[in-house]
Design a protein around this ligand. Structure first.
Ligand code: PMP
Length: 372
């Protein structure tokens, strides 16, 4: 691994603390003195069982997950859970909030399993905010929301105030703030942003969520089958689970979720401050919905006489400018364009400072060149 830090703002797979990546790489070479690589170690060996138990226990401890909740670490990623969640939890009718492409995909998959009511949507506004108030029919099984909208840079900083159980895709902000777990039937997501590497999903399930079997399911889709087999119904992704344990240990060593939250607040504050002071960059999300994890912004074409081509060219130039300064991964999602800085739990404060410096310096350079 290079010793020169490269600050990687990629939206996922995403940066992890160096010690987490190095410990995982070392385990792939040799697992804790066994002479075997983690990659060739049986998922049924005592040593792997310890890794799995520790990962689940740390997640329970750090998020204050009640002891009667089930924690599953499974292969598949968030998109797999878009299917498994309604398959297991949707009994008759479920409410979904459409706050972006991922939320819409979750909603689409649910329609295979029962009636879906879209109770709020911000699509018409280009998904630039999350709804502040959501009204939900009282007869739905649950309300599904995407706590952080990775592509647009919007986030629910508080759980929606409704009287039905919540289900949340927390792929892009898990462990970055405290959660009212008891209000949720399920919390799930892909691990490759805040918790581990790609190939793993986390699923946290309340006893009520699993109390009824709405329909017969193929075993691989059935959370109860996974629970009955202690999460080892089939071979789980052993390397990502090891990586998750290392990441959870690291989070604990930093001071747990409160420390992650302080870091998230500080990193995003630094970047939004630059955006708010800038004559050239503009934040894309509405202020009241700004995400701490994905800061979406662009070069404001209005400042360039409405010339969108020029703005796009300057954005490309800014991406190169950053790359030359070891700041990478800031190109916006292809659906929305612009720029995006994803700052997950593994992003050091110094990374956000470095990007903020790049933004300020690049803008000054443009002003000196008379381009603004
Ligand atoms: N939900 C959210 C909020 C996401 O950001 C993503 C991926 N970027 C997904 C779901 C899909 O995750 P996966 O690729 O693990 O299926």
């Amino acid at each position: 691994m290079t010793t020169q830090p490269i600050y990687n703002f990629c939206a996922g797979p995403a940066t992890l603390p160096r010690e987490v990546m190095e410990a995982t790489a070392e385990a792939c070479r040799q697992l804790e003195g066994t002479g075997l690589s983690l990659m060739e170690t049986s998922h049924r060996s005592p040593i792997f069982q310890e890794v799995l138990d520790a990962a689940r226990q740390l997640l329970r401890e750090l998020l204050h997950i009640p002891s009667d909740y089930t924690i599953l670490l499974l292969g598949g990623g968030a998109s797999m859970e878009f299917c498994r969640i309604p398959a297991n939890l949707l009994r008759r009718r479920a409410a979904y909030v459409n706050t972006g492409v991922w939320a819409a995909k979750a909603q689409h998959e649910a329609q295979h399993w029962g009636e879906v009511v879209e109770v709020a949507s911000t699509e018409r506004d280009g998904y630039d905010h999350v709804p502040s108030q959501i009204t939900v029919p009282s007869d739905v099984d649950y309300l599904h929301y995407t706590s952080n909208n990775t592509i647009y840079g919007t986030e629910f900083l508080h759980e929606p105030e409704v009287s039905v159980p919540l289900v949340s895709d927390m792929s892009s902000d898990i462990l970055s703030r405290p959660i009212q777990v008891e209000r949720h039937w399920a919390i799930y997501g892909g691990a490759q942003k805040n918790l581990s590497m790609a190939g793993l999903s986390f699923v946290i399930l309340s006893p009520e969520a699993l109390a009824e079997t709405p329909r017969p399911l193929p075993s691989i889709l059935d959370y109860r089958v996974h629970r009955a087999h202690g999460g080892l119904f089939h071979t789980p992704p052993v390397v990502p689970i090891f990586c998750a344990r290392q990441m959870l240990r690291w989070i604990k060593s930093q001071g747990g979720v409160p420390a992650m939250e302080r870091m998230a607040v500080e990193r995003s504050r630094l970047l939004y401050e630059v955006l708010d002071e800038s004559r050239m960059f503009r934040g894309m999300a509405r202020r009241d919905s700004r995400s701490r994890m994905n800061i979406s912004f662009r070069i404001d074409a209005e400042r360039l006489g409405g010339d969108t081509t020029k703005a796009a060219a300057l954005e490309a130039e800014f991406i190169d400018y950053c790359a030359e300064r070891d700041v990478v991964g800031i190109k916006g999602h292809r659906l929305v364009g612009g720029l995006r800085a994803s700052c997950y739990n593994g992003m050091p404060l110094r990374g956000a400072e470095r990007l903020a410096e790049c933004m300020r310096e690049f803008e000054s350079q443009q002003i000196r060149r008379g381009r603004l």
